[in-house]
Design a protein around this ligand. Structure first.
Ligand code: GAL
Length: 683
């Protein structure tokens, strides 16, 4: 029987990462190699003024450390490590393998990635290397060992930052060396070629393979590749990149066993190439990069969703926001600066959602190089600038939030399943609508719940569901039998489940589950879909409860005992069910068959939460307020209230403001655009 238990039962285990910083970690990527040494002392002084206590150092500096094959120049790094240490600033030292030096690419062009059209990546960028290149691996590990031996005992060293965003510019290599590694991966996954043929359904177009040696990476083809093959290639690619991380980590562990190791994730990438849920098991702390998209009117919702995903990967333990931006980036079509207060709201939203530190790319804005117009903590204008003043003010705020360190976000009453493999499966091969993305509805439901002040833990299939009252399964295209069983068991033992369209359509081999959609959840939901009716861009459909759908409809039949909560009111499917519910054991199972707009989703999740007995973190009085609670094992709790709206809001709170000590009782006013963090009176 699933029963809701209070957060306090779940707070045991490792929490903070005290080796990193005293208080919340604060800082950024620091590239002193781009500046004359006279600037360094100024950097340290400005860091101290801003309360910076940690930098990511040396991230792209391989070519300046190993200046020729086997010839090392450590002098500048020795000096800056010492200077930072003397200044009280810790170092998250990068193994600079993200950017191979020119001499290496020229001597060994075969280390570079090859794209699906057979083009080899040229020199002049970064992450040009294939994780399957044995030559690259040899050079990279030699450098890593040399660095670990040199700096392992340096007092500034806090953590190893392995490479940078593995799989960003070097995702999916299609070269010959990769092809060999891919065949080995398939051999170990399937053992027999017949099992692979069966999994992929390779009878289609007569593609049957008679040996693993016949398989190629999914290179350029004028038609489409097999979705089963494509999904496996994504799995292989994630494993290949993780394999590189693990190889570097093995050297670091051998030479510096006491120094923690991580690498920066890109949880936001959709679907991305790395299965970070798996990678998270291999890092000493989850570290994520997040960049808001300036043109997205709901960028704070994307931030909240990605932060909750990062926390889910960290198993609820504190994690680190290792990169975001103070202001504009340089890679969007128009690089919007942040509005006044936005940088602080962004930072504190990550902290609210479980980060124990916040770092930027980067410390000092480059004047040269392809990122010369990317913002930084110290902009081109220098310290006499709004950005730097905001950075200093934020540093002071973070210092006052030190009591939060090591607490965990209060366990949510609602869990949501989000899965990299399901997203990758949806992205593999032609699908019924290219308007639907794997991340759209999960993020929209997360936003609707957030607007109601309801917390959500974003989990992976396979994570424990005990203790939650409600579970959302939004467009989880791929579901294994184990996932189907877990969702059914959750409902039958008293939980309340909301499953949406395009969930449980394929199994782990990316084959459709026959007999009517959504195959994995059909019986639990008491619905059967025999045909999809996706909508064109801009088309909408009315529901008879006054809400509106878009993107997706489907012909839904219901089983005995399934109740229709709303029907489509127009379009080809007028009169067919759009929202249904049925009892399932001691719980219930709700189905949503169209993409409701924001108001519709808010109405739906409000009713669903009420049915499930889910309550808000704290009562808010209007949209735009984000409320999150962090709690310590000893019961101390902190309420973060972030007002993204253009008007003032209030939230139920009693306690003391952590930044200025002001007492509040009953209701707390949060001005438009402001953030308040309250240490709550015992509840
Ligand atoms: C990240 C990367 C940084 C920097 C930043 C710019 O993806 O890790 O090195 O390039 O983007 O936004």
């Amino acid at each position: 029987m699933t029963s809701f238990t209070s957060h306090s039962a779940d707070l045991a285990g490792p929490t903070a990462f005290p080796w990193l910083a005293d208080g919340l970690a604060y800082g950024g990527d620091y590239s002193p190699e781009q500046w004359p040494e006279e600037v360094w002392a100024d950097d340290v002084a400005l860091m101290q003024r801003a309360g910076v206590n940690l930098v990511n150092l040396g991230v792209f500096s391989w070519g300046l450390l190993e200046v020729a094959d086997g010839e090392f120049d450590w002098g500048w790094l020795d000096r800056i490590m010492d200077l930072l240490h003397d200044g009280g600033i810790g170092v998250n030292l990068a193994t600079p393998t993200a950017a191979p030096p020119t001499w290496l690419l020229q001597a060994h062009p075969e280390i570079a990635t090859v794209d699906a059209d057979g083009r080899r990546t040229a020199q002049g960028g970064r992450l040009a290397w294939s994780p399957s290149s044995a030559t690259f691996r040899r050079y990279a590990l030699r450098l890593v060992r040399a660095m670990a031996e040199r700096y392992g005992d340096h007092p500034a060293l806090r953590m190893w930052h392995v490479s940078n965003e593995l799989g960003n510019e070097n995702a999916r290599c299609y070269g010959e060396e990769t092809a060999a590694a891919w065949r080995e991966w398939l051999t170990s996954r399937y053992g027999e070629v017949a099992a692979m043929n069966d999994a992929w359904g390779s009878a289609f177009w007569g593609h049957r393979y008679t040996s693993f040696a016949q398989v190629e990476p999914p290179r350029h083809n004028r038609t489409q590749h097999n979705p089963g093959l494509l999904l496996d290639f994504e799995r292989f690619t994630s494993d290949a990149l993780l394999g590189h991380y693990l190889a570097e980590r093995a050297v670091l562990r051998e030479v510096t066993p006491a120094i923690p190791v991580t690498t920066n994730f890109m949880v936001q990438a959709n679907p991305g190439v790395a299965d970070y849920g798996r990678w998270a098991e291999e890092v000493d702390l989850v570290a994520n990069d997040h960049y808001t998209i300036g043109a997205d009117p709901h960028r704070e919702a994307d931030l909240a969703f990605c932060a909750d995903r990062s926390r889910g990967m960290a198993g609820g333990r504190p994690w680190l926001l290792i990169e975001h931006s103070t202001a504009a980036v340089n890679w969007q079509p128009v690089n919007r600066a942040k509005a006044p207060g936005e940088m602080a709201r962004n930072t504190l939203a990550h902290i609210a959602r479980g980060a124990d530190g916040a770092m930027f790319f980067q410390w000092r804005q480059s004047t040269a190089g392809s990122e010369q117009f990317h913002s930084a903590m110290v902009p081109h204008a220098g310290a006499d600038s709004q950005v730097y003043r905001d950075v200093v003010a934020l540093g002071a705020t973070l210092q006052s939030l030190a009591p939060v360190v090591g607490s965990r976000v209060e366990r949510a009453q609602v869990a949501m399943l989000f899965d990299h493999e399901a997203a990758a499966a949806w992205a593999s091969g032609p699908k019924p609508s290219s308007l639907v993305t794997a991340v759209d509805l999960p993020r929209a439901v997360h936003r609707a719940l957030t607007e109601l002040g309801i917390a959500v833990d974003v989990l992976r299939p396979g994570d424990a569901l005990d203790g939650y009252r409600a579970l959302v399964v939004p467009t989880l295209f791929l579901a294994t039998d184990a996932t189907a069983d877990a969702v059914r068991d959750f409902a039958e033992s008293g939980g309340h489940v909301l499953v949406t369209y395009l969930s449980g359509i394929v199994d782990e081999t990316n084959r459709v589950r026959p007999g009517g959609y959504p195959g994995a959840f059909r019986d639990l939901l008491g619905v059967r879909v025999d045909e999809f009716f996706p909508l064109f861009a801009g088309d909408t459909v009315a529901l008879d409860d006054g809400t509106t759908g878009s993107q997706w409809t489907e012909r839904v039949e219901i089983a005995d005992g399934t109740e229709v909560l709303a029907r489509l009111a127009d379009g080809d499917l007028a009169g067919t069910p759009a929202v249904t519910r049925r009892s399932a054991g001691a719980g219930s199972a709700t189905y949503l068959a169209t993409r409701l707009d924001h108001d519709g989703l808010v109405a739906l999740v409000r009713a669903f939460a009420a049915h499930a007995g889910v309550t808000a973190v704290a009562a808010v009085d209007g949209p735009g307020m984000e409320v999150v609670r962090r709690v310590h094992d000893d019961g101390r709790s902190f309420l973060f209230a972030i007002n993204h709206a253009a008007s003032d809001r209030t939230v139920a709170a009693t306690g003391r403001d952590l930044t200025d000590g002001t007492a509040t009782e009953g209701r707390l006013g949060v001005p438009a655009g402001a953030v308040r963090v309250i240490e709550e009176d015992p509840r």
